[in-house]
Design a protein around this ligand. Structure first.
Ligand code: ADP
Length: 474
């Protein structure tokens, strides 16, 4: 082949190459550039050939070129893949990737720098996208870590791959055991068939939402609400699953409580009504006034009204619509009156031990009277007939103390922490005595809203002592 043709080809290749070729003196002065570089930068050859390469860079780029790039090139003889932003003739920027080689003479002195420059527009965009994706992934990871719901990711066969802290807390497994588990260990769905049936929509790419139960490391069951999402690979096949598992045991407990309440309320309200109707019908049939029937009717009506009041008050407490109208109140006077007017005072001997001087607190009279009534009613209700109930009042160090002591059946230690819960009744007495399990719940709330507290001491067969402490008025 003719040498001239080859030279022309080489020249074309040089000028039209898909990269910029730039030759400069060791101080950066440009001595030769190819056509591609001119097109990219928008300058004419004449405009470039007296300038120094670093003058084409941004301020930060120029500093980097002079302080890092050039010394490195002198030291190593070559520098590869460094990114710069070239400022084009029209002021816009061109991200580039630069490789340089230093030519030296026989004495080792630098004479020429040959650089190859690649456009880095796509690469820069790609890098930015990568950065963005990484930030998004990091944010998502933070959400997963901080989520109060348990989040577990599994392979298609259910083996656990990743999990968050809430999953460790909810299921009680250590990080070492999680990788040995499958989703079915955590959510058994009533056996293999149940699991397969529940998960079936996932294999068609559909998410699954279900309320079920989970099993903890200690074997305990927990009520959970689960959302499982399938993840697909490039070919659209399900490759992994993510399960978000929320603990709904509290919600379930409230639902159970509501059901129990409905059963209790209808029973408690119905019993006095049945008695009232029975005695009223008796008088109607006999067409005769009967003192005893009327007494029962009045007593049952009173009980019914009391229960309705308690239910209303409990619902006000629940809805936080419970208000106090405070004024000065003498606890000694309240105790005396409560002991004499107690409905059940006939069944027990109620003794009052109070100081001669008033013990004054700042309180809502009606509510504090209710506290006395509730505690006295319980003391009598849970004592054998003919027992003694003592009410005493004292004051010391700015604190007023009310103690109601009975010699009744006492309370088991296991029941004590639950006494003040709504609707709680000790199982051993629940069948034998009437009650809605609201008295102590209301009592504690009233006392605490007055800045006080209620304490219990009790011994089975010996009796119980309820102590109410309240801040005394100045
Ligand atoms: P109720 O008396 O209507 O059941 P309370 O809230 O007043 O509801 O009391 C809750 C439970 O605490 C009772 O069911 C009973 O088991 C227990 N209890 C309360 N006071 C006494 C007491 N003085 N002696 C023994 N048990 C008591």
């Amino acid at each position: 082949m003719n040498d001239n043709v080859l030279n022309d080809c080489l020249q074309d290749l040089y000028e039209q190459a898909p990269c910029g070729y730039v030759f400069s003196l060791p101080d950066g002065t440009l001595v030769r550039v190819n056509q591609t570089f001119l097109i990219w930068t928008g300058y004419s050859r004449a405009e470039l050939l007296s300038r120094r390469f670093q003058e084409l860079l941004t301020v930060a780029g120029k500093m980097f070129f002079e302080n890092q790039y050039a010394p490195l090139l002198r030291m190593q003889g070559a520098v590869q893949e460094v990114t710069f932003d070239i400022v084009r003739r029209d002021g816009s920027r061109l991200p580039v990737l630069m490789n340089s080689v230093l030519r030296v003479d026989a004495t080792g002195s630098p004479i020429l720098v040959a650089s190859t420059i690649f456009r880095a527009v796509e690469r820069r965009a790609y890098e930015q996208e990568l950065l963005l994706a990484r930030t998004r992934a990091e944010h998502l990871a933070e959400v997963v870590t901080a989520s109060s719901d348990a989040i577990v990711t599994c392979a298609r066969d259910g083996s656990v791959r990743r999990w968050n802290l809430s999953a460790e807390r909810l299921f009680g497994y250590t990080p070492a055991t999680f990788p040995t588990l499958t989703l079915r260990d955590l959510l058994p769905f009533e056996g293999a068939a149940g699991y397969e049936r529940t998960m079936r929509p996932l294999w068609q790419g559909e998410p699954v939402h279900v309320d079920t139960f989970g099993v903890r490391n200690d074997g305990k069951r927990i009520d959970v609400s689960v959302g499982v999402t399938p993840h697909t690979d490039e070919l659209g096949a399900v490759s992994s699953l993510s399960a978000i598992i929320s603990d709904i045991s509290e919600r379930r407990a409230i639902e159970r409580l509501q059901q129990e309440f409905l059963a209790m309320a209808s029973h408690e309200l119905r019993t006095p009504l049945v008695a009232i109707r029975g005695y009223a019908q008796l008088m109607q049939r006999r067409k005769a006034y009967n003192e005893q029937s009327l007494e029962t009717i009045v007593a049952q009506t009173r009980q019914l009204a009391g229960l309705i009041d308690d239910l209303l008050l409990a619902s006000q407490i629940e809805a936080n619509r419970f208000e106090l109208r405070k004024g000065e109140l003498d606890l000694v006077a309240v105790a005396r009156r409560a002991a004499t007017t107690s409905v059940l005072s006939d069944d027990c001997d109620i003794r009052v031990d109070v100081p001669d001087d008033p013990v004054v607190i700042l309180a809502d009279r009606q509510r504090i009277e209710q506290v006395f009534a509730n505690l006295l009613t319980n003391a009598v209700k849970y004592s054998p007939d003919g027992g003694t109930v003592e009410v005493s009042i004292s004051k010391s160090n700015g604190v007023a103390r009310v103690r109601i002591r009975d010699q009744g059946i006492g309370i088991r230690e296991v029941d004590i922490p639950h006494l003040f819960e709504r609707f709680y009744r000790a199982p051993d007495v629940a069948q034998e005595t009437k009650g809605a399990g609201l008295g102590l719940y209301i009592t504690q709330r009233i006392v605490e809203d007055h800045g006080g507290r209620v304490d219990v001491e009790s011994e089975i067969g010996q009796g119980s002592t309820f102590t109410v402490t309240l801040p005394a008025a100045e």
